[in-house]
Design a protein around this ligand. Sequence first.
Ligand SMILES: [Zn+2]
Length: 374
Amino acid sequence: MLISSSLIQLTPPNPDHAEISLFGPGIGECIVLHYGNGRWFIIDSCLCPETKQPIALAYLNSIGVDASTQVTGILITHWHSDHIEGAFALLKTCRNAKLYHSGALSSREAFHLAAIYKKDIFSNIDREIREFSNIVQFLFDAKDKSRLDPIKARLTFFDYRDDIQTRMIALSPSSTAVTQSISKLVELIPKNNSDRLRNVIPESENLNSVAIHFTFGRFSTVLGSDLEETGNMQTGWSAIFNSNIISELSLPASSLYKVSHHGSETGHHDKIWTDLMIDNPLSITTPFRRCGLPTPANIERVTAISSEFIITRDPASAKTIKRDNMVDREMKAVTKERIGINEKMGHIQVRVSHGGEMNIAANKNCVRHIRRSI
Ligand SMILES: [Zn+2]
């Protein structure tokens, strides 16, 4: 695997190069993906803490990309607030984009719940609920249904084989996960009208997350979203390895992994590393500071099986991006260094040629954990 490092590039990538840019944690996590010839895809949404606008739009604008015409798809991997906030604003701006969403979101049950949310006193202040209602309403109101596509494992977002193969496939959710997700929506409908609806988004929603496999010539990557593992063979990562999707679709081993669920133990499955990755891939993720993820133990586990593990922000850092001495001591076992440019949000920019060479850039908010050679 050929890797080089540089500063974040503020010009668009070459038309024959792909890009995976990971942003977070502003308010949330977002991936902006270039799949050749000026075509872009946005996965989840993340708001800039200062402007409260989607970082994807600010970034594309800064490198001279017209989001209203060049973004061909927006994917909402699951509806937790750290992944959906700002998604509705993305939809409105990216007029050329198709919206890919969990099948549960376009169910009658979701529509029913969104209608109840609308009347709830919290709907104006709870951003998660507001985003959910807006998106569900958008799905039902849309006149052009060809712009919408509910996702299940094996869905092909695109597959071009002209010059080089450029293909994106959904590895999840399983049918069982979608059905479970819909039944959770029914449970969320309040039993009587005075019940409050605040904080009703189901926790198990991560099992319904959309993990992705993207191929660009000799390069491929797995973007794990927040997909977790409970040991149930029909949902989470097990459902992928329990099916024959990898062999049937000839998914090549990946050299880049967006580590699932912010590096948590529950997002781990041994087979991710043996069946989907090359040995010691480059691993990247965003922290989820409300839950303290990834923990020092999580970081150590991922770093030990990666060439390098880059996190968009020190998970233990205070809001002002201050270094914490205790964390320094705990992390002493792992080598790290910082590089970067002036940006407030963490940004990892990976640009790849179809030959598979990766150029990695990470701004100053990122922490890089390099595996010790034995
Ligand atoms: Zn998350």
